[in-house]
Design a protein around this ligand. Structure first.
Ligand SMILES: [Zn+2]
Length: 335
């Protein structure tokens, strides 16, 4: 038997005709959820059960996905307050996806809407399966494949006891990855080392850009719309001239009245992070390994430089057309 067949076991695919979730208790939708719970041997109200869905964000066949949430909550007992009802962001046109997952075993049923019907897939998403390359190869034909990394990374981390504020980052970012974890760790260092004093504000200079920016939005409420986050893409040449090792953005802490204050340049050590999981393992294995280190930002994040910032300098750093590292004096001279 080829290894990939060994891993993708007990996978039953069913299709069900869609019936409105607002219908009677014996609707097809309710029966599907009840069957999914029976398939993974769980009962209403179990704290070992996770429901993970994009329902609040998507519209399926013109119907808001949120309409499905009430029956899901009633049938599963999963709730936000119990931290076992998690959402992930998708665009409105994206197919509705509902996963019921049993943390202690990894047993899962994933229900994905395709052409007005739900495709139900029974999967074994144990830590060992998800950490195996062969298992991932066997998932290519799944109806839930476009959501598979999302489901695997979030459900697997939830089962390992990942903190709720980290899972909130996953909701916005729609998956967990080393990149968004780096943003979580940098945010934790900011909250710990650079707490705001009365009359001060943060501005994050997100440059270079990667997944980390979505964690800043969740943990620090620094959003581009409220000008708390200034997102600036750098060219390869600009990146190479930064004198800070492994640059991971700069935080400005300025007085709301005077506009002057302090700048902090951060470094993030991805090499150190990668050591946590075998090189050849799937990306999600590193995501799982990281759960144990989320309260140790100093292991990966360092303050490369603190510098004084005048109002003029802060304005220059955030304005289009400038390289903020040039303005901060953190670049090598141009050739
Ligand atoms: Zn990411």
């Amino acid at each position: 038997m080829k290894p990939m067949f060994k891993y993708v076991v007990a996978m039953i695919v069913l299709t069900l005709v869609l019936i409105s979730p607002a219908g009677a208790d014996d609707s097809g939708f309710n029966r599907m959820i009840a069957q999914a719970m029976a398939d993974i041997s769980t009962a209403k109200g179990s704290t070992d059960l996770l429901c993970l869905t994009n329902a609040p964000y998507v519209r399926s066949n013109g119907q808001p996905g949120i309409d499905y949430l009430k029956p899901i909550q009633e049938l599963t007992g999963c709730s936000v307050g119990n931290q076992n009802l998690l959402f992930f962001q998708r665009p409105q046109f994206y197919p509705l996806s509902i996963t019921l997952f049993r943390g202690s075993t990894g047993d899962a049923v994933v229900m994905t809407m395709k052409n007005k019907v739900f495709v139900t897939e029974r999967l074994e998403l144990s830590q060992s399966n998800l950490s195996s390359k062969a298992f991932w190869k066997g998932t290519d034909g799944l109806a839930c494949k476009p959501d598979f990394f999302t489901i695997a990374s979030i459900a697997g981390s939830w089962a390992l006891g990942a903190p709720y504020d980290y899972l909130k980052c996953a909701e916005l970012h729609n998956h967990l990855c080393p990149g968004v974890s780096s943003g979580y760790l940098i945010s934790k260092m900011i909250l710990d080392k650079y707490s705001l004093k009365q009359g001060e504000r943060y501005t994050m200079i997100s440059s270079p850009i990667w997944c980390k920016e979505d964690a800043f939005q969740v943990l620090l409420d620094l959003t581009p719309g409220k000008r708390g986050m200034i997102v600036k893409k750098l060219t390869q040449e600009q990146k190479e001239r930064i004198s800070v090792e492994n640059p991971a953005g700069m935080l400005l802490i300025t007085d709301k009245k005077t506009g002057a204050g302090k700048g902090v340049a951060f470094s993030f050590d991805f090499d150190r992070m990668r050591e946590l999981a075998p090189k050849e393992s799937p990306k999600v294995a590193l995501v799982f390994a990281l759960v144990d280190y989320l309260d140790e930002p100093q292991r990966f994040v360092t303050v490369a430089k603190e510098f004084e910032v005048s109002k003029k300098m802060a304005q220059e750093m955030i304005t289009a057309g400038s390289n903020p590292y040039d303005v901060a004096g953190l670049t090598t001279p141009q050739n």
